[in-house]
Write a protein that binds this ligand. Structure first.
Ligand code: NCD
Length: 318
């Protein structure tokens, strides 16, 4: 993958995964995201770094946060953005994915932001391009969601000095979660040692899954959250589960839902994160989602800055 993603000199060519990404690259992107926050004064002041560049959002799965924030990030850097409407495109007439990509490339564009239910689709596109366009993975199957990993790291980094001292639990549908995989990749690289995965057995990955090596697997949230500095809650991804793999929602909430009583078992001030969309009272109680320890909307705000940083790194003219 690294031959594909990193050019000579360590410059990013595409963004497909955070697995194996050098710590220096991750830290550079996080610094840049902070600079974007500063330069845009936390808001909508446009910068012109990407003037004349064109980005195409290609979302084959639904999205609220990721798509909108890529759109805003690119526009705030001065790029032109096309939100490709798959439902009304020739995809429904049977045009293949690569024919669609080559068609869009023929109109000249600089970047494709791709979300797809099949793991590996952004990589396949990147390997088959006919132009110098960059591919940004906006979530592929259960494989990776690199900009989510970066924005989660950015959100935590504002609160903590030393990642190596943190205890973090990731709880929920880990088996189907690309967010869990990208979070584990980035948090490990930044030095987190105590990473706990918590889910019902049917939603945990295989205990020998290489991408979760060195994480501990804990079966109850009551246990897993003890002494934690951060709890990252995940959505039950019903669209990726075969029927019957899940306990009832009420049952799930009783055992794995984060409510105030469970949160009290963590360290005082433990922060609560969730990539969204949240299923209220399935994986997280209202009192926690909307409570003082919740960083859920801060994550959303940081998503724009993280994506501005990535887009600048990939598309800025040098
Ligand atoms: C997630 C996704 O689509 O991977 N959402 C997001 O991008 N913030 C998580 C989810 O759908 O549960």
């Amino acid at each position: 993958m690294h031959d594909l993603q990193l050019a000579a000199g360590g410059r990013l060519r595409h963004l497909i995964t955070l697995a194996g990404m050098p710590r220096a690259t991750i830290e550079r992107l996080l610094e840049r995201a902070e600079a974007m926050r500063h330069d845009s004064q936390g808001g909508a002041r446009p910068l012109d770094l990407l003037e004349g560049r064109t980005l195409i959002n290609l979302f084959f799965e639904p999205s609220t946060r990721t798509r909108t924030s890529f759109d805003l990030a690119a526009q705030r850097l001065g790029a032109l953005v096309i939100n490709f409407d798959i439902e009304r495109s020739s995809t429904v007439k049977g045009e293949s994915l690569l024919d669609t990509i080559h068609t869009l490339e023929a109109m000249h564009c600089d970047a494709f932001v791709v979300r797809h239910k099949e793991s590996g689709t952004p990589e396949t596109i990147a390997r088959n391009l006919r132009s110098n366009a960059a591919v940004l993975n906006a979530g592929d199957g259960n494989h990776a969601h690199p900009t989510q990993g970066l924005l989660d790291a950015l959100t935590l980094r504002r609160r903590v000095e030393d990642f190596s001292k943190l205890s973090i639990v990731i709880c929920g549908d880990i088996r189907h979660s690309r967010v869990a995989r990208s979070d584990v990749d980035v948090l490990r690289t930044l030095g987190v040692r105590d990473l706990r995965l918590c889910a019902p057995p049917e939603l945990l990955p295989q205990s020998d899954a290489a991408e979760f090596a060195q994480c501990s697997f804990v079966h109850t949230l009551d246990q897993a959250i003890i002494g934690c500095d951060a709890a990252i809650m995940l959505r039950l991804q019903k669209e990726r589960m075969e029927a019957a793999a899940i306990p009832s929602e009420a049952d799930y909430f009783a055992r794995y839902g984060l409510d105030a009583a469970r949160l009290a078992r963590a360290k005082p001030g433990c922060v609560v994160m969730h990539p969204g969309p949240i299923n209220r009272n399935v994986e997280i109680a209202d009192e926690v989602a909307d409570g003082a320890q919740s960083l859920i909307l801060e994550q959303v705000s940081n998503g724009v800055f993280a994506r501005m940083a990535v887009l600048a790194e990939l598309l800025e003219r040098r």
